[in-house]
Design a binder for this molecule. Sequence first.
Ligand code: 13P
Length: 258
Amino acid sequence: MPRPFIVGNWKMNLSLQEARILATALRKRLVGVEGVDVGVCPAFVFLMEICSILKGSGIFVGAQNMHWERKGAFTGEVSGEMLKEIGCTHVILGHSERRHVFGEIDQVINAKLRLAFALGLRPIFCLGEKPEERESGRTFQVVDRQLKAGLEGLEIEEVSLLTIAYEPVWAIGTGKNATPAQAEEVHSYIRGLLKKAYGEEVSSQVRIQYGGSVTPQNTAELLAQPEINGLLVGGASLKEETFLKIVSMAMEQLRSPI
Ligand code: 13P
């Protein structure tokens, strides 16, 4: 079983001072955390500061996006190489807000995934269906397309290092999380696709996180599902207490799996 991976996606939230306070508290209170990997993804402008606060703590720092080219005339964009240079180890790619608010298509996300691996960054690759896609019974079809297009051309060793986040769009920021059974059904489907394409060993190494209205109240039952290997947490990652509660529940789960 892959190590559980709990990541806070801070999105476009927090002031610099709030981000500093939160990172400092996480550093202090997660000293010696065992068995669970933890990461945070602050806004671009705070990454350098948060990387320096969390240096040597074992807490990973990731960006929320990057450009698909190494460098060049792309006003307003940030490159993967820049992220590496300041100490980021991870990068969220294909988040639904990037897909649906900023129009990122599968091919763009695929180019970003390839480049992230080429640069030695570990991508957290997000996918998930929109409400109307679920309602019309197209969830598997959408996930199938997003997964295959996203992973096109990746080396098998790269796939084994991947974290996938299943984030149904209807569950993000709505307070309406997928039920554990709904999430598990899609996670199993994703695992099945990976197994078919890359074999049992590689597919079992890929971590599949769930994201969408995760709170301390629903963490235990979500993580109790065999195919849910971690969580990508939005709103509940912005407060020290709720995020730490989620991490400590993941640790608890390891000690006493349901
Ligand atoms: P919420 O936890 O706020 O629903 O956000 C989920 C998400 O999009 C994480 O990437």
